[in-house]
Design a protein around this ligand. Sequence first.
Ligand SMILES: *Cc1c(COP(=O)(O)O)cnc(C)c1O
Length: 225
Amino acid sequence: MNQSEQSRQSVLSQIEQACQQAQRDPATVQLLAVSKTHPSLALREMYAVGQRSFGENYLQEALTKIEELQDLEIEWHFIGHVQRNKTKHLAEKFDWVHGVDRLIIAERLSSQRLESQKTLNICLQVNIDGQDSKDGCQPEEVSELVKQISRLPNIRLRGLMVIPAPENHAAFADAKVLFEQVKSQHAQPQDWDTLSMGMSADLDAAIAADSTMVRVGTALFGKRS
Ligand SMILES: *Cc1c(COP(=O)(O)O)cnc(C)c1O
C-alpha cells in the first residue's frame, strides 16, 4: 500500500467505526477529499486508489487543478467562501457548491449554469453556532431561503453545510435538528439528503449527529504548509 492508500483506508475505517458506534450504514457517509494547497499530483494519487470526489477552497487554484486533471472523472466540490463576482466559474466548472448563504448567490449560480450541464448541487451554509467571523446564513433564515432557492432552475438544493468552532460538537446536533425541520416543511424532501459536516478532527462527532458528507483534508493528505 502506498501512502495515499494507507491514509485513505485509515480514514475510511475511522468512518466505518464511527458508523458502527452510531448504528449507521457506512454507505450513507460520503468521504470528500479536501485537497486545497496540495498539488494535482497528490489528487491524482488519491484518485488512483479510489477517491472520486474532491473539495477545493480557492477558486484560482481549483481551476488550475480541474484543467490539469481533466482526464480523470472527478466530482468537484467547491467548499470555500463564495464571492458574488466569481459565481460564473463555480457554475460552469463544479458539480457541487457548499458555501451558498444568500439568495443572490443561488440566483447567479442558477442563471450561470449552462443548460447543457447537469444541475448543479448546492448546500446552504449555516452559521450554526453564531460565530462572528464565519460565513453562513443565520439558522432562522434557513426556512425562507430554502423556499426561494428551491424554485430556481439548473440547481438542486441538497441540504446544509456547517463549520462549527473546533470542539463544539453540540453544534452538529443543532444542524441535524435544523436539517430535519426543513425536511418536514418543504415540498421536495427527495432532494434534501445532504448534511455536510465533520473534518479530520471531528468526523466521529459529526457522524454521530448524522453527517452524510465528511470533508477531510489533513487526515488524507497530511498537514498543509
Ligand atoms: C480545509 C477545510 C476542511 C478540511 O479540514 P481538515 O481539518 O484538514 O480535515 C473541511 N471543510 C472546509 C470548509 C475546509 O475549509
